[in-house]
Design a protein around this ligand. Structure first.
Ligand code: ZN
Length: 438
């Protein structure tokens, strides 16, 4: 037994992503669901961050697009169920995997058609086989056939019955039955995966999720309430917990939902599992749930105090910064915000949005900055600026000039900064300030 498990663990990595539409997390717990019981399950959230740029309706179009892109609607652009194509600047998992390995055999079977016929229509040529519409059993059988007879690397299966039952009947027997039938289907899928692991020594990651919760009666959904925002992520692998230590969201709303992983975590989890998560994927709005997350922190000694590089929670404090931007600062309370230094960029996850360190092209925005100085910021939409990063300093070219990353000696320049805080900047005359990168 041990040797079989050990062997399988080293086998080729494969992923099955099962999406079950409109399942209220609490109903999985309440009902007898033996297939879900075979998995690790965590509560999670959708709908972006209420009141933030990432807020999106808790409906299927934005939800499935987030599940398959790893970003919220301010990036993927899908705001409704009839939106048409998602923003191709933020690719789907199909495209990411196709680009990572042209030999990958990808499959997608979706009872709810618009996922394939609208949002990711242009990705269909990457799939070895796909289907839209039909019944859940049609698409279950397509998936089982692939698992038993083909050599898939990635399969996405969308099942719809619970959402349809909820819309027709609200919570009650019909809704509960639809979840039990979904659990039954999940059991058949897990058996097929287990058989492949035995026969072919493959190593499968199974992820199960939903696009949104339901309103109080169970009939509708779309709003920003705790139970519409509550979803789940289930997996046959242990889900790492340390993402919780790097969450940067004030977590007082919706009963602490923002302390949980979000719908945006699915794509980074799959990319990381396949070992194809490259530097640029840290721009995504989620973090991987399998594998360790390694965090960096940057400190400077300012007047004998240990000051950490942080972002300002209030976006766009200096007037030139936009709604997607957060001013960068050194805070001398001894803490530093978690960062990811990847290649020549510095990434941060702010309000569960992937952001990158940049300079502002407008010089000297806050009053105390001079002509040759540019305020540093974290931008949550655009690409980060390329930086030269070594153990002790950061520099960057701005208009062909080499500029050093520094702090401003005047504390609290932009209005939102406190007395103990210094705005971060790139100075194109002086040398970069000495840093400690941990
Ligand atoms: Zn629905």
């Amino acid at each position: 037994m041990l040797s079989v498990c050990g062997f399988a663990a080293n086998g080729a990595k494969k992923v099955l992503l099962v999406g079950i539409d409109g399942v209220q997390y609490e109903h999985i717990l309440k009902l007898n669901t033996p297939a879900f019981d075979r998995l690790n399950i965590t509560k999670a959230y959708t709908g972006g961050v209420a009141g933030n740029k990432s807020e999106q309706k808790t409906i299927s179009g934005p939800g499935w697009t987030t599940i398959l892109t790893g970003v919220w609607k301010n990036k993927h652009g899908v705001v409704s169920n009839t939106h048409g194509l998602a923003n191709s600047q933020w690719p789907s998992i199909y495209r990411y995997l196709h680009d990572a390995n042209r030999q990958f055999k990808l499959y997608g079977f979706s009872t709810w058609g618009p996922i394939h016929s609208q949002f990711f229509k242009n990705d269909m040529p990457f799939l070895s086989a796909h289907a839209e519409g039909g019944s859940d059993d049609d698409n279950l059988n397509r998936t089982l056939k692939v698992l038993y007879h083909d050599s898939p690397d990635f399969i996405f299966l969308h099942l719809d019955e619970p959402d349809a039952a909820g819309h027709s009947h609200g919570f009650g027997q019909a809704y509960d039955d639809s979840i039990i039938r979904s659990d039954n289907r999940l059991g058949m899928l897990l058996d097929a995966v287990a058989q492949r692991e035995q026969v072919f020594a493959e190593n499968w990651l199974v992820l199960v999720t939903t696009d949104h919760g339901r309103d109080f009666m169970g009939k509708g959904h779309g709003g920003q309430t705790k139970q519409e925002k509550t979803i789940f992520i289930a997996s046959n692998k242990p889900l790492n917990k340390n993402y919780q230590s790097i969450i940067t969201l004030p977590n007082k709303h919706f009963g602490g939902l923002y302390g949980l992983p979000a719908q945006t975590y699915i794509v980074p989890t799959i990319l990381n599992y396949f070992g194809v998560m490259s530097d640029i994927h840290w721009r995504l709005d989620g973090l991987p749930l399998v594998g360790d997350i390694k965090v960096n922190r940057i400190y400077a000694d300012i007047g004998g105090k240990k000051c950490g590089l942080e972002w300002d929670m209030s976006t766009g404090s200096p007037s030139t910064l936009g709604a997607n931007e957060h001013v960068a600062k050194f805070d001398c309370d001894g803490n530093a915000d978690p960062l990811f230094i990847k290649g020549n960029k510095i990434y941060a996850n702010i309000f569960n949005s992937g952001c990158t360190l940049q300079w502002d092209a407008d010089k000297g925005t806050p009053l105390t900055l001079e002509e040759n100085e540019h305020v540093a910021k974290f931008d949550c939409t655009d690409f980060g600026d390329p930086l030269q990063i070594n153990d002790q300093q950061i520099t960057s070219y701005i208009n062909d000039q080499l500029c050093g990353f520094q702090w401003d000696s005047d504390a609290g320049t932009p209005i939102t900064l406190g007395r103990n805080e210094h705005v971060a900047k790139f100075d194109c005359e002086g040398s970069p300030d000495q840093l400690v990168i941990e």
